[in-house]
Design a protein around this ligand. Structure first.
Ligand code: HEM
Length: 522
């Protein structure tokens, strides 16, 4: 360290880049004489001068990049708004969005432009030549750098074409049987638990566990044994915690990232084995019963033109990416779905009426895609519930070149640029009474909600738009429908029920306390 500092004597002139950058800043006088020789100055003054210069440089670069955008006119040295991002709150985000269509912040010297309007958010999502998704820093370590989710441009488009075949209507028809039976098993367990202890309980983990088992079975079928499914579900929480927007960046033992990497290793072992077993099962013939088998079968078809040489590891990484992308968002959507229904008895009554009508009163009838087609109210509710509380409120992107995002502002290359969805989804001109839950707005073909699909950014937009939309909405609809005809559920309100907790996605702060009882059959 000492020798390093020795080389950095203040007798050296500041690099020209630095001088140019500093020329723009109001504290210029500090640097005007920066190239005077200080050869006789003690090293600690030299070090102090360098540190001081770097701190001033940090401020000036921030102000240079920020230009006229709203946002603090200076940034906290080194860490910036780190403290705010450790415990993000909806109120904090809303205050940021209220600053303007575009606003600036800096965290750990990463310059960030936040977009709060529909126009700017869509522009970011639909400008692949200027910006690409940048999952949180830890994501590459946790999901592995070679995972397809980190592909961009043509490579991404080609890979995604293959994966789109896993979400066709034919494939979804296979998955819905799995969803139906697993959901019924879980509801039976929930009711058995409630019979043993009728006190209200948060459904936070209950819903997460259901989603995890459903997804694992949909993706891997019988190829992940019960023991593996339990182990993945138990460890998965570590992955969720490591993927928060801001985290300690090094994978030292005991840190969230370290724990998440260990959890991923366990999951990958089971998922790779599942991919191998799915290939073997399809080689023996038979109809696909899960996504991995569907994938193998699609590749065998004569009409299939894409890649065929997917290794077990690659297939496992895709499943891992789906688990990662689905688990938190779908759980958030489901938990708010329960909360919204329990708090809106009129809506719940309409949803139940539709269920009994389409099922002819038979609550044991397994759900099919054709039945879902006849349940517009259910699906309108799911859509509206996520409009009110979008599970994902923002997705970080990074600029790959200078990005002229508006007439008077260009986001510098290498910045983070964040499209946000909340304002789009609560725009009073598109969604009148936007703070009210009104599923009917989606049932009227001429409503402003339906006339402006561009505003519905719950699943993003552009080349990286969510691949699992149909699967996610269908699963949420199915769970809420079955829960509503098989159970009565009462939401026990607490002072935290309306407060939002952000764990990557949004959740009610009290975890949504529900009191469950079996519902008499019609
Ligand atoms: C309610 C549930 C869900 C919500 C709200 C949601 C939301 C999102 C959003 C906002 C994005 C970013 C889009 C963009 O950058 O434009 C995304 C991407 C993605 N989602 Fe979802 N998602 C959900 C469920 C799922 C499920 C169930 C799966 C998998 C089966 C999934 C897989 C993915 C993948 C793989 C991507 C990245 C796509 C790409 O880069 O091409 N998501 N999702």
């Amino acid at each position: 360290m000492a020798s390093y500092l020795k080389h950095l004597t203040a007798s050296a002139p500041l690099p020209s880049f630095t001088r140019e950058a500093l020329a723009d800043i109001p504290i210029r006088s500090l640097f005007e004489n920066a190239n005077v020789s200080l050869a006789n100055t003690p090293w600690y003054w030299t070090a102090a001068a360098i540190i001081g210069s770097l701190l001033v440089l940090e401020q000036s670069v921030y102000r240079y990049k920020k230009k006229h955008l709203p946002g603090s006119s200076w940034t906290i040295p080194l860490i910036g708004k780190f403290a705010d991002s450790v415990n993000p709150t909806m109120e904090g985000y809303m205050a940021q969005w209220a600053q303007g269509a575009l606003s600036a912040i800096s965290v750990f010297n990463i310059f960030i432009v936040m977009a709060s309007t529909n126009e700017h958010s869509r522009k970011i999502l639909n400008s692949p030549n200027h910006a690409e998704p940048c999952l949180v820093y830890s994501a590459k370590k946790v999901l592995m750098a070679e995972n397809w989710v980190f592909l961009t441009g043509k490579e991404h488009v080609d890979y995604r074409k293959v994966l789109n075949t896993l979400f066709t209507r034919k494939a979804l028809a296979t998955y819905i049987n799995i969803m139906d039976s697993i959901t019924r098993e879980h509801i039976t367990e929930w009711l058995a638990d409630a019979a043993r202890d009728p006190s209200p309980k948060p459904i936070m983990m209950t819903a997460r566990n259901l989603n995890m088992e459903t997804s694992l079975r949909v993706f891997c079928g019988r190829h992940v044994p019960q023991e593996g499914a339990r182990e993945i579900a138990d460890k998965y929480w570590h992955i969720t915690k490591a993927l928060e927007l801001v985290n300690f960046p090094f994978a030292l033992p005991g840190t969230k990232i370290y724990n998440a990497i260990q959890a991923r290793k366990v999951a990958m072992r089971w998922l790779e084995t599942a991919a191998a077993k799915a290939k073997a099962a399809m080689a023996e013939g038979g109809e696909p019963e899960c996504m991995l088998e569907e994938w193998v079968r699609v590749m065998e078809q004569p009409t299939y033109k894409g890649r065929k040489d997917f290794s077990n590891k690659e297939m496992a990484m895709v499943v891992l990416s789906f688990l990662f992308a689905s688990q938190d968002a779908m759980s958030s959507g489901l938990i708010y779905g329960f909360q919204h229904l329990a708090d809106s008895p009129e809506i719940l009554a309409k949803l139940r009426e539709e269920q009994y009508r389409v099922r002819g009163g038979d609550v044991d009838k397994p759900m099919t895609l054709e039945m879902i087609d006849e349940m517009p109210y259910l699906m309108a509710f799911v859509k509206e519930s996520m409009r009110m509380k979008p599970p994902v409120t923002m997705v970080p992107y990074k600029t790959t070149k200078a990005f002229p995002i508006s007439n008077d502002y260009t986001v510098p290359n290498g910045s983070m640029v964040i499209p946000t969805f909340y304002n789009s989804l609560h725009d009073e001109s598109i969604y009148p009474k936007s703070e009210e839950l009104i599923p009917e707005r989606w049932l009227d073909a001429d409503s402003s909600a339906n006339a402006n699909p561009r505003n519905y950014l719950v699943f993003g937009s552009g080349p990286h738009r969510c691949i699992g939309i149909e699967y996610a909405t269908m699963n949420m609809g199915l769970v809420l429908a079955l829960a509503s005809i098989l159970m009565d559920y009462e939401h026990v309100l607490t002072p935290e029920s309306e407060k939002v907790q952000i764990i990557a996605t949004l959740f009610p702060k009290d975890g949504c306390l529900l009191k469950l009882t079996p519902r008499p059959r019609p």
